[in-house]
Design a protein around this ligand. Structure first.
Ligand code: PEP
Ligand code: MN
Length: 360
């Protein structure tokens, strides 16, 4: 699969002068709920209405979706509001039902992208379709698995493709439900710049107060659109209650977002610069987090040294680390001088931390 300008044709056909917005509830619950939300989103920047019909739940015993009956509700949404519709498909039966019921956009959820068997089953069922198919990243931060999913669809002659970045699960507790790991999305974007990339801040955040900031970060990274879970009564939603926003709040979020348009050369330059700076900000944040983590580990070592009465500086170990880093630095086009300066500074900070512990 190679990058092709045609990849964005389906998005260009929408003729939008702003990023694509997909709004709608996590799950279709009742016909009334589906239609009420759709009507509230009708005269906004929302182009596509989402609603999960079949819900993949990590643990059993939770609401697993209304099933095929909800497809008729989505048809009504289209008739009554003119919004396009989207739902998740996770096997060949879902694909058939969604297509037979005129759903416009099918997305593949994070728990499906993770499985090459499921991806292949879906690709086979969709073979040659003109439908727009969006592939969410797999639950784990595995770039190849994500791209592999897209490649399986592309090979099955499905050309109206796009990606949804919904963050990645971690064992570590963070403020996010799924950490963004923006660098993975950036890597995919660099590889396939014309493949539309949509951010799903709802599933990254897991809570509604983070959605605006995550959406802005995505737009600063030049994402093509946003998928935001929207419910008329978020707190009482049957799934993902904490992360859903009201239609009114969605409109507010859209108004608050700064979109950088490309209209002439000066702006194109500025836009590119902003995108790259946003990438740098993400990387710097990661660097800081990593440095913080390293120092916490160094402090733990300090405590062990204290209880074993061992000297802070272990020269042999330090020279080994340095030699290894200089070699690995070469592979990354980083000069020996730079590596020495950075790692000496890092090492010094570790020593300071340990000294403090040993002298406490
Ligand atoms: C969803 O969009 O409601 C959903 C289940 O998302 P994900 O596959 O990203 O977890
Ligand atoms: Mn959801």
């Amino acid at each position: 699969m190679e990058n092709k300008k045609e990849m964005r044709q389906w998005l260009n056909n929408f003729g939008l002068d702003h990023p694509l917005v997909i709004g709608g509830p996590c799950s279709a619950e009742t016909e009334e709920q589906v239609l009420k939300i759709a009507h509230e989103l009708k005269d906004t920047d929302v182009t596509v209405y989402r609603a999960g019909i079949w819900k993949p739940r990590t643990r059993p015993g939770m609401f697993e979706g209304v099933g095929a009956i909800g497809l008729a509700w989505l048809k009504k949404v289209k008739e009554e509001t003119g919004l396009l519709t989207a739902t998740e498909v996770a096997n060949k039966d879902h694909v058939k039902l969604a297509i037979d019921n005129d759903v416009d956009i099918l997305w593949i959820g994070a728990r499906s992208t993770v499985s090459p068997f499921i991806m292949q089953e879906i690709a086979d069922a969709l073979n040659g379709t003109e439908k727009i198919v969006l592939v969410k990243n797999p639950v784990n931060p595995d770039l190849a698995l994500w791209l592999g999913g897209v490649e399986r669809l592309y090979t099955a002659n499905i050309k109206n493709l796009g990606l949804i970045h919904r963050g990645f699960s971690t064992y570590e507790k963070t403020k996010y439900r799924n950490i963004p790991e923006w660098q993975i999305a950036i890597e995919v974007k660099n590889k396939f710049p014309d493949l539309p990339m949509i951010c799903d801040p709802s599933h990254i955040a897991g809570r509604r107060d983070l959605i605006l900031d995550i959406s802005q970060a995505a737009l600063d990274l030049n994402f093509d659109g946003l998928m935001i879970e929207t419910h008329w009564d978020p707190d009482n939603a049957w799934s993902d209650a904490a992360q859903q926003v009201t239609p009114k709040r969605l409109v507010e979020i859209m108004k608050n977002l700064k979109v950088r348009k490309v209209t002439d050369d000066a702006e194109a330059y500025q836009n590119e610069l902003n995108t790259l700076r946003a990438q740098i900000d993400v990387i710097d944040q990661t660097l800081l987090d990593t440095l913080g983590k390293r120092m916490r580990v160094a402090s733990k070592i300090g405590e062990i040294k204290l209880s074993n009465n061992v000297a802070v500086l272990q020269n042999k170990r330090w020279n080994e680390i340095l030699g290894k880093m200089i070699l690995e630095g070469q592979d990354r086009d980083l000069s020996e001088e730079f590596i020495l300066r950075v790692f000496k500074a890092v090492h010094q900070e570790s020593i300071n931390k340990q000294e403090k512990i040993l002298n406490s």
